[in-house]
Design a protein around this ligand. Structure first.
Ligand code: UD1
Length: 356
């Protein structure tokens, strides 16, 4: 029987790319999303890419336990990939309660239902933000977490801990996950710590759809290139880095999606070394903001209007991954070059412009 994966937040940027890869890898998928930060554009794109018109879509809010419980009763769920969360760092500072309520409660509900319906495999969408600022680069999964600088970052840390503790406590229920059985069962957990996801599907049918002014670098770049924004501000060129701009580990969103498939397969096929595992998902390659901008110009053969402005509060100088654990244990490695990724990001922006 085909295994079924529930993708919460599956209509969003990363969720839609993961849904495509899961379907192409032969899984059944149920997408759940409350559409609070996206519309159905990407879900429609997923259907086109996969040629599957009947992917179940449930418009539910994971903060409502009754809805989550109903999903687990209606479908035999073998694994959950939990994306449904708010993710704007600045907004989380202004509205911490909104972030704590939404991000924590949605995971609590998923875990409660997972435990109650015979146990389940739960993959949590975490972030490299948990490492904070460190001199010891690249970071491994053993690198200590630092106190979070934003409520958003704090929700990632707390959610990792909630998952870890739930896995530990439910191990007593026995080893085998029995989805669809209405008695408590074990929860197995994986946290993937993403570095900086960027880019879009090569079909240009799905990609990032920021609402309002983008906070993240690549959507700001593509919107400037298309003329929606006047000028990109590069936040700081006086950092202690080779060109003075910050260093990050930009991971292609399709590569990132493939990492989810590898991690879910490991859980479903009983190949986990521990019941709770953590993996860094990055390229291992530091790229500066300026390098990224220059590569974008070169690969897409255009000139970008940009200027240097003061540093953005809360930004760290540099972070990149040691992705060797994911390579060894998941058999996963980032494949796409920054050039390919930035070409895909630009193709997606042009696709959006053509639709307007
Ligand atoms: C942030 C979050 C991270 C989250 C990620 C993706 C923190 C500290 N960071 O990462 O958790 O996973 O977004 O949503 O919580 N930049 C500019 N001009 C711009 C925008 C960005 O120069 O207009 C620079 C930034 O200073 C930074 C780099 O580009 O050096 C990347 O910024 P961004 O895309 O916002 O990601 P992060 O802040 O690294």
């Amino acid at each position: 029987m085909k295994k079924r994966v529930l993708v919460s937040g599956g209509a969003g940027y990363i969720g839609s790319h993961v849904t495509v890869e899961l379907i192409q890898a032969g899984y059944d998928v149920v997408v759940a999303d409350n559409l609070s930060n996206c519309d159905l554009t990407c879900f429609e794109g997923v259907k086109k890419i996969t040629g599957k018109d009947d992917i179940p879509f449930e418009k539910i809010d994971c903060c409502d336990y009754a809805s989550v419980d109903r999903l687990f009763s209606e479908f035999r769920i073998d694994a959950v990939i939990h994306f449904a969360a708010f993710k704007a760092v600045g907004e989380s500072v202004a509205e911490p309660l909104k972030y704590y309520r939404n991000n924590l409660l949605s995971l609590l509900n998923i875990l409660e239902a997972a435990k109650t319906h015979g146990g389940c495999n739960v993959l949590f969408s975490s972030s490299a933000t948990v490492y904070g600022e460190t001199d010891k680069l690249p970071v491994t999964e053993e690198s200590p977490r630092q106190p979070a600088i934003s409520p958003y970052g704090n929700t990632k840390q707390i959610c990792e801990d909630i998952l870890r503790d739930t896995v530990k406590a439910t191990a007593a229920y026995g080893n085998e996950v029995m989805p669809g059985i209405d008695k408590p069962g074990p929860v197995k957990g994986t946290a993937l710590r993403y570095f900086n996801p960027i880019g879009a599907h090569p079909s240009a049918l799905i990609g990032e759809l920021p609402r309002g002014v983008p906070n993240n670098l690549v959507p700001y770049i593509t919107q400037t290139a298309i003329g929606k924004r006047e000028c990109l501000s590069i936040f700081g060129n006086d950092y202690p880095t080779p060109d003075g701009t910050c260093l990050r580990d930009y991971i292609d969103v399709v590569d990132l999606a493939k990492a989810h498939v590898a991690a879910v397969a490991r859980m479903l096929e009983g190949r986990m070394a521990e019941d709770y595992e953590i993996f860094n998902i990055g390229t291992g390659r530091p790229v500066s903001v300026l390098e990224l901008v220059n590569t974008f110009e070169k690969v897409n053969n255009l000139k970008l209007n940009y200027r240097f402005t003061p540093r953005r509060e809360g930004d760290i100088t540099a972070i990149w991954a040691d992705p060797s654990r994911a390579e060894k244990e998941l058999g996963w490695k980032a494949q796409r070059t920054v050039e390919e990724t930035l070409a895909a990001a630009w193709a997606w922006e042009k696709h959006l412009a053509g639709k307007e």
